[in-house]
Design a binder for this molecule. Structure first.
Ligand SMILES: Nc1ncnc2c1ncn2[C@@H]1O[C@H](COP(=O)(O)OP(=O)(O)OP(=O)(O)O)[C@@H](O)[C@H]1O
Ligand SMILES: O=C(O)c1ccc[n+]([C@@H]2O[C@H](COP(=O)([O-])O)[C@@H](O)[C@H]2O)c1
Length: 204
């Protein structure tokens, strides 16, 4: 009997905090690409962001809580543990060495697809993994969402999922304004993550 290669997904993010669109993306990725495993990789040092991220132990803890309900999701702290800027290229190269037989699928949102050509060694990333893009609402961070496809590479695939108008930026702003009891917060955040944010007084 022929063995099919393992299908290993990679989904990285600041996860500051992880929200329901991240969960939706993960679930659709697993279902649509028949993934055996999806590595959820919180960014260590986000060289591409001007904002200082929340301390990594908090983001890691929230990421673990958020994805606990997804059996194929494995939270992988390698970028937090690594010194220096978090480059996806390094992560993919490490995973390829660790699992040479696996087919790698990298999942990103449309905002990152639009910025993909600024990524460190982006052309080599296309050789290491199949890049799959999830749409984001046009009025949000995924502006120019339609441009990414041909702009990056014709090999880039699309993830079919409903476009969800939620962002960590908006969630942090809501908490900072003291509107964390807003019903929207329940819709945007997994309950365990919302409790964690309240318990540790994050984003005040
Ligand atoms: N609503 C969404 N729909 C589709 N993809 C999303 C959505 N929110 C985030 N993503 C994708 O998930 C990955 C991780 O995102 P990240 O943790 O930066 O969340 P974010 O909501 O974009 O955060 P921030 O507002 O702080 O920039 C990125 O590839 C991003 O494009
Ligand atoms: O490797 C890069 O140069 C690079 C540049 C921008 C973003 N990324 C990765 O893309 C993922 C999503 O980024 P973000 O900012 O939307 O959370 C996360 O894993 C980042 O480390 C990676």
């Amino acid at each position: 009997m022929t063995q099919h290669p393992k299908r290993l997904g990679i989904f990285g993010g600041s996860f500051d905090p992880p929200h329901i669109a991240h969960l939706a993306l993960a679930k659709h990725a697993i279902a649509q690409f028949h993934l055996n495993e999806l590595r959820i990789i919180p960014t260590g040092d986000a060289w591409h962001k001007t904002r200082t991220l929340t301390a990594s132990p908090h983001r890691l803890a929230m990421t673990r809580l958020a994805f606990a309900e997804v059996p194929q999701a494995v939270v992988d702290p390698r970028e937090i543990d690594r010194q220096g800027a978090s480059y996806t290229f390094d992560t993919l190269q490490e995973l390829k060495v660790e699992q040479p037989e696996a087919d790698l699928y990298l999942f990103i949102g449309a905002d990152q697809a639009n910025a993909f050509k600024t990524w460190h060694r982006w052309q080599e990333i296309l050789g290491l993994a199949t890049v799959v893009v999830a749409q984001r609402p046009l009025d949000g961070q995924g502006g120019m969402a339609s441009q990414w496809h041909n702009a990056v590479s014709p090999d880039v695939l699309r993830l079919d999922m409903p476009s969800l108008n939620v962002s960590a930026t908006e969630i942090r702003a809501h908490v900072a304004q003291g509107t964390h009891a807003d019903p929207k917060m329940h819709a945007w955040l997994p309950a365990a993550v919302q409790h964690y944010i309240e318990k540790h007084s994050l984003y005040r």
